[in-house]
Design a protein around this ligand. Structure first.
Ligand code: OAD
Length: 289
């Protein structure tokens, strides 16, 4: 790493980066932007771990965001996500999401690596988006591996939803359009029309693995990028949290944007204290104006 780390409050009218860091950012041909819930806070979506307002300050994640919770009470978990989806549907991309999308016009390659499930990077126009934790608006079959192993069954894979068929008479004529018509909305937990499997939001709950293709692509981007900008994450959830550190190890410039310090702050080339919607447009204007 070159340049002095900058851990002071940002005055966006001055050159907070210092000439060496500014030059390295300006010359970067591939930038990875790693985002967490903080980037969507100014769109009206609560973060997870903030002390009084975070989702996990109000609800124990073990009760609504684990496969065990869904197995025990699918309707409760479904209803909690329906409620969250109502907030997310009302939200629109903010100036931070839009600034990241605009960066595609100034830099050869931008990879957005997000932990967010809210789809706001796509809505803002970002094209290369890796959704590490899935997407709240897709449904997936609930694969109850524990029950399958306990019963010693060797079930078929459902041709329609791709999960393990709950029924041996999985209906090969059930239509894809029936499945595609199902949404995360109030009502009973839907089932796959062919095999009867319960459907769930296609997101990663605690204790579940990430999609290896998505995680692999994120690691590749972190290893290959010239700069990584980490925005609005507490970096408390692995394996996502390791991604900015990979970029540091590979010699990329790493800038953090967060109103609060995190474990990354001391290792980043610059830690800018401020909100995503204020800092990102100002920073990008300063570097790529
Ligand atoms: P957290 O809630 O853990 O952290 C949010 C971070 O955003 C904190 O560090 C805040 O200081 C910061 N922040 C708040 N407002 C901000 C703003 N306006 N601009 C910039 N930063 C701001 O959220 P994540 O780190 O994203 O999993 O949490 C990681 C994962 O834990 C999430 O993806 C989620 C959760 O369980 C799933 O949804 C599957």
């Amino acid at each position: 790493m070159d340049g002095q780390s900058n851990h002071q409050a940002v005055n966006l009218r001055s050159n907070v980066l210092g000439p060496p860091l500014f030059q390295r950012l300006h010359r970067a041909r591939h930038i990875a932007v790693f985002t967490g819930a903080g980037i969507s806070a100014e769109s009206g979506i609560p973060t997870f771990r903030e002390r009084f307002t975070g989702l996990w300050a109000k609800t124990d994640p073990q009760e609504v965001a684990t496969p065990e919770a869904f197995r025990a009470d699918p309707q409760r978990v479904w209803d909690w996500h329906v409620h969250l989806a109502a907030t997310v549907r009302r939200a629109a991309p903010n100036a931070g999401h839009r600034a990241i999308a605009r960066l595609q016009d100034a830099v050869e390659r931008i990879t957005v690596i997000t932990q967010n499930i809210d789809d706001l990077h796509h809505a803002a126009g970002s094209r290369d988006v890796l959704e590490l934790h899935g997407n709240l608006f897709r449904l997936a079959p609930f694969v109850d591996e524990e029950a399958l192993f306990a019963e010693g069954r060797n079930p078929l894979i459902c041709h329609l939803c791709g999960g393990y068929a709950l029924r041996d008479d999985c209906d090969p004529y059930a239509g894809r359009e029936d499945l595609e018509g199902l949404r995360l909305e109030a009502g009973p937990v839907p089932r796959c029309p062919a095999c009867g499997a319960l459907l769930r939001p296609d997101i990663v709950w605690f204790g579940e693995p990430l999609d290896p293709h998505v995680l692999g692509a994120a690691f590749e981007a972190a290893d290959a990028c010239d700069a990584l900008i980490c925005v609005g994450s507490s970096l408390e959830v692995e394996p996502a949290a390791s991604i900015p550190y990979r970029a540091i190890r590979r010699g990329a410039v790493v800038i953090e944007i967060n109103p609060e310090p995190t474990a990354l702050s001391q290792q980043a080339d610059a830690a800018i204290r401020g909100s995503a919607a204020e800092v990102l447009p100002a920073l990008f204007q300063e570097v790529w104006g």
